[in-house]
Design a protein around this ligand. Structure first.
Ligand code: ATP
Ligand code: MG
Length: 463
């Protein structure tokens, strides 16, 4: 295989005319087409680029449609009233159509600091911090990560321009970095994660030249801003290929750089069970995505951190006098705080995740008002799903899991019975939640211990 030519070599692209490829305008979003045509009509070059061209060639539906042009960001903004400029590392325009955003990037030139035009900044490891040098398409192409991501669909004649053998690599289903692989991974270590993500999503192989470098360079992920790693985490684990992504991260020595404490537990005393726990959660997430159901990053993050949190809680229980719920709460706080230094988890996920973990011991209590009021806890549902997963690996008694599944279906009256709550202190108001239409249905369903309260019991909301 020939190495790609150096930046700005002036080498012409292979141009694949419309009849020789499968990218059809029928599969390009209306909004992206509008942007492409408006740029073209204003006399600029306009190409669909990146993952969209790749996915269309593969017969997949692209996640988003990115546009590249020789118009500079200010010209793009002037052309689209519905646009704004964003980014520091890369300045680009977002053209907005309701909730749909088309990203329009100006062709970029080499990220060589010595370059005269440079508005570029690297850190001491060669990682790009800022990079806003505009250029021509034959310079832009060398800046992209993988050959498969470096095809340009030209709206002027519907041809595809291929400077780096991307069409062939797509056909061979291989992810190959453009240019010198080590340099490309050093300037942006996130490309290692992208390699894994695309390999999982597209069922591509990572070219040996790239794969061999990854374990040795994986430590560079430690210099990537924690907020960017969170974004990448979401892209890796919520795109419907979480299970495969996890396997590949492990295989290439990357997972431990993202979740060091989790990685350690994967070889520790509870390794087999914990691996199974993770595998079940990942499969579950992938299935939800496939069914179009909502997924939240807090659930998988909680799954990854569960074994480290338990290990820490066990230490604390051995050292000090405290109950398990308290120990879990404190341990969760500590482990999550350490994880934050690598992957910054926004508060809106970190807080509920910690709660979800710390609530686990509450499933063990199945009698009394306080136990029953757990059903009304705003984190009950997440904690319950988490507990079900724990029960599948034998960490929670199946009878306990079944109890919490059943009580959710019960009327207020039946519930009070199941929790052995006496009706006398309930205050006499009806449940008002609609649950009582079903009363009678579960008559005598639970254990013989169950007693029928004298009055319909109001649903407890915390005590
Ligand atoms: P998808 O949208 O399916 O996740 P994509 O390939 O479109 O995949 P984006 O993150 O949307 O990925 O980026 C669009 C394009 O920008 C890529 O195809 C690639 O050409 C380029 N690109 C993105 N991130 C990088 C990077 N870190 N280094 C080099 N090029 C990149
Ligand atoms: Mg994209």
């Amino acid at each position: 295989m020939s190495k790609p030519a150096p930046a700005g070599s002036g080498q012409p692209p292979i141009i694949i005319p419309r009849p020789d490829h499968s990218v059809s305008r029928a599969n390009i979003s209306k909004n992206a087409l509008k942007v492409l045509y408006r740029l073209k009509d204003a006399g600029f070059q306009a190409f669909l680029v990146g993952g969209a061209v790749r996915d269309l060639l593969l017969g997949l539906r692209p996640k988003d449609f990115d546009v590249a042009t020789d118009a500079d960001p200010d010209q793009v903004r002037d052309l689209f009233r519905n646009s704004r400029l964003i980014g520091r590392r890369f300045r680009l325009a977002h053209v907005r159509f309701g909730r749909d955003i088309i990203e329009v990037a100006t062709f970029r030139a080499s990220a060589d600091e010595a370059d005269e035009r440079a508005d570029v900044e690297l850190d001491q490891h060669g990682r790009i911090l800022r990079d806003n040098v505009y250029g021509a398409i034959d310079e832009d192409v060398w800046r992209r990560d993988f050959t498969a991501n470096a095809l340009y669909y030209n709206i002027a004649d519907f041809s595809i321009w291929d400077y780096v053998g991307g069409a062939r690599d797509i056909e061979e289903r291989v992810l190959r970095l453009i240019g010198d692989p080590e340099q490309r991974l050093r300037e942006d270590p996130v490309r290692m994660l992208r390699a894994v993500r695309f390999a999982a999503k597209l069922d591509f192989t990572i070219h040996d030249e790239v794969a061999e470098l990854m374990p040795g360079l994986s430590a560079l992920l430690g210099h990537v801003p924690a907020a960017r790693l969170f974004d990448e985490f979401v892209k890796m684990f919520q795109a419907g290929h979480a299970r495969r992504t996890f396997e590949l991260l492990l295989e290439h020595g990357l997972f431990g750089r993202l979740f060091p404490e989790t990685r350690r537990e994967l070889d520790g005393p509870v390794a087999a069970r914990f691996r199974e726990f993770i595998a079940l959660a990942l499969a579950n997430t992938d299935q939800r995505v496939a069914e179009g159901k909502a997924v939240t990053p807090m659930f998988l993050l909680g799954v990854f951190l569960w074994a480290p949190v338990r290990a820490r809680a066990a230490e604390m229980l051995a050292e000090r006098k405290m109950g398990e719920p308290q120990a879990l709460g404190i341990a969760a706080g500590e482990v999550v705080a350490r994880q934050q230094s690598l992957i910054s988890i926004p508060k809106r996920f970190a807080i509920p995740m910690r709660e979800m973990l710390a609530l686990q011991p509450r499933f063990e209590r199945r009698r009394g008002k306080r136990a029953m009021s757990f059903l009304e806890h705003r984190r009950f549902r997440a904690a319950y799903d988490f507990m079900l997963l724990r029960s599948r690996i034998g960490e929670v008694d199946p009878e306990v899991a079944a109890f919490w599944t059943e009580v959710q279906e019960m009327s207020g009256e039946e519930r009070a019975g199941a929790f052995e709550v006496r009706g006398s202190s309930a205050g006499g108001k009806g449940s008002g939640q609609g649950g009582d239409q079903e009363s009678g249905k579960g008559e005598g369903s639970k254990s013989g211990r169950r007693r029928r309260p004298r009055r319909r019991k109001r649903r407890e909301s915390g005590d």
